[in-house]
Design a protein around this ligand. Sequence first.
Ligand SMILES: [Zn+2]
Length: 120
Amino acid sequence: MREPSKHCWKSYDLIALYKKTIKKIQKEDKLQRFYFPPEVNCYWNTKLKAAARIILNGDNEPQRIEFNPTYFALFPQDLEKVMIHEVLHIKFPNHGASFKLHCKIYGGLLYSKNIERRKS
Ligand SMILES: [Zn+2]
């Protein structure tokens, strides 16, 4: 297993990626059905077990999106696809049929890879 890079992830602009992702979805959204907040706080969370997660409040408004730096040091190519997955949760909070369909349409990753967390 490769060591996670110490340098790349901290400087990565997740909020810029969020903005790029919502723009891409809205451009392809022919019926203009989707509204996304123009900006959402995005953080690296070293304690996260999953690849990423979105925290929504009771009205399905996103509070923040968290990303696992260990995961993305191993699979940086998944970052954009996982961002699409998390952004779609703003519209579809669970992993039901509508979520899966839209994940497919917009190129989101449905399942992230399993990573084993090594004990140091
Ligand atoms: Zn999900």
